[in-house]
Structures are given as structure tokens and as C-alpha cells.
Write a protein of this length. Structure first.
Length: 226
């Protein structure tokens, strides 16, 4: 049975309310923003954004998981982050209008809300407090990036793998499907798959982590150095 249009509309508003970027925006502004947005479905392994693309939209994940990554001229890939339901990307373009700074690909089938840059700018004009919320969110992400750079510079590979596992885990210290491969982790920490496989094996032997059906569970604090 197909849900009534009004029900879908209310579900979309409720979803926007749970996105940190829009947490303090009055509901009637969100309703206006939802009316100006477009919802799309994308299959697994679809490239949504390519580094250097023109910036036109904010993407909000309604369902699914995506990977944010960078490629160099030699084709080497570095995974910056995995994002899930309720998260968003493309917010930097809302401020400076510059080309995309990274690429994004779906890891699972996804449902995404696309909000145009013009629509967000209109929201800022009508609700100035939203501009402060946007700046707060951008600042938070800059701090996260600073922490990631710090980890890459100061931690050895063991520490970087530990930091990556903690970043990927939920509040219950579990890393769920879609399954994160050793190559995925290697791309996140700037190491080889072989090195990551050895570290993961040692973490299993030391009972720091446990491979369960459908997820990896962190059993105790992970080592920063080995």
C-alpha cells in the first residue's frame, strides 16, 4: 500500500527535524524547505558527487549509507567518512559556492533529500538564526577533521586503525553492516590492506574486538600504540 502524500510529507518534516543542521529551525520553515526539496532513490555503488563538481545542492540521507572519499592522480583512494540516515553532506557549498571538495558514493541503496543552494539561502534570509546553526555545524566538522589529521600525524598504524574502528562504531560499540572490509579501513588510515589485516587479527586474538554475525563488536578500549 502506498502511503498518502500528506503522510509522506509529515515523515519528511520529522526526518528534517532530526537532522542536526535543522535542529533549531521552526517547523513551518522546514515545511517550506521540504516543499522546495526533491527526493531521489539511488542504487548501491552510485557516485552521487565527484570531487570538483559544481556545487548546487545539500544532500540529506533519508535511508542508507554513503562513503565520502578522495582520489589522487595515481588512483589511490582515501576514505574520509561513512555517513548514515539523518546525516548530510554538501554544506560547504552552501557557504562559498565552490566546487565539491570530495567524492561521495552509495554503499547501500539510498533515499536522499536534495535541497538546492537557493532554497537554503532563502531559509537563511527568513530565519537568520539558521545561519548560526550552519556555522556551528561547519565548525564541528572542521574540529572533527582536525582530530583526524592529528591521528594521521601522531598515531602509528595501530592507533589509526583503533581510531577508525571507534569512529565507525555505534553507541553500543558495534560496527554493523554493510560490512566494512580491511581495504576500506586501510583507505581510511593510509595503510595497506595487509597491514590492517594483521592488526585486525591481533585485535581479535587480544579480545579487543569480536567478529559476530553481521557486525564487529569492540569489547574493550582499543590500543593507541602497540
Amino acid at each position: 500500500m502506498i502511503a498518502p502524500a500528506n503522510q509522506l510529507f509529515q515523515e519528511a518534516i520529522a526526518m528534517l527535524e532530526n537532522v542536526s543542521l535543522f535542529a533549531d529551525v521552526p517547523r513551518h520553515y522546514l515545511a517550506e524547505l521540504e516543499n522546495l526539496s526533491v527526493q531521489r532513490k539511488y542504487p548501491k555503488n552510485t557516485v552521487l558527487v565527484t570531487e570538483g563538481d559544481e556545487s548546487t545542492h545539500l544532500y540529506i540521507l533519508r535511508k542508507g549509507t554513503v562513503s565520502c572519499y578522495l582520489n589522487n592522480e595515481d588512483g589511490r583512494q582515501v576514505n574520509l567518512n561513512y555517513m548514515h540516515e539523518g546525516e548530510y553532506f554538501g554544506e560547504l557549498s552552501l557557504i562559498d559556492g565552490k566546487p565539491r571538495s570530495a567524492s561521495v558514493m552509495t554503499i547501500t541503496d539510498c533515499e536522499i533529500i536534495l535541497v538546492s543552494r537557493a532554497s537554503v539561502q532563502e531559509l537563511i534570509r527568513k530565519h537568520p538564526d539558521f545561519a548560526m546553526q550552519l556555522l556551528t555545524e561547519v565548525t564541528r566538522r572542521v574540529r572533527e577533521l582536525t582530530d583526524s589529521v592529528k591521528d594521521m600525524a601522531l598515531l602509528d598504524v595501530y592507533g589509526r586503525v583503533s581510531a577508525a574502528l571507534e569512529k565507525l562504531s555505534d553507541d553500543n560499540k558495534r560496527i554493523h553492516n554493510p560490512k566494512v572490509t580491511h581495504q576500506d579501513i586501510a583507505n581510511m588510515v593510509g595503510s595497506s590492506r595487509e597491514m590492517v589485516s594483521r592488526i585486525m587479527k591481533q585485535l581479535l586474538i587480544g579480545e579487543y574486538i569480536e567478529q559476530c554475525s553481521g557486525y564487529i563488536e569492540i569489547k574493550k578500549p582499543l590500543p593507541r600504540y602497540w
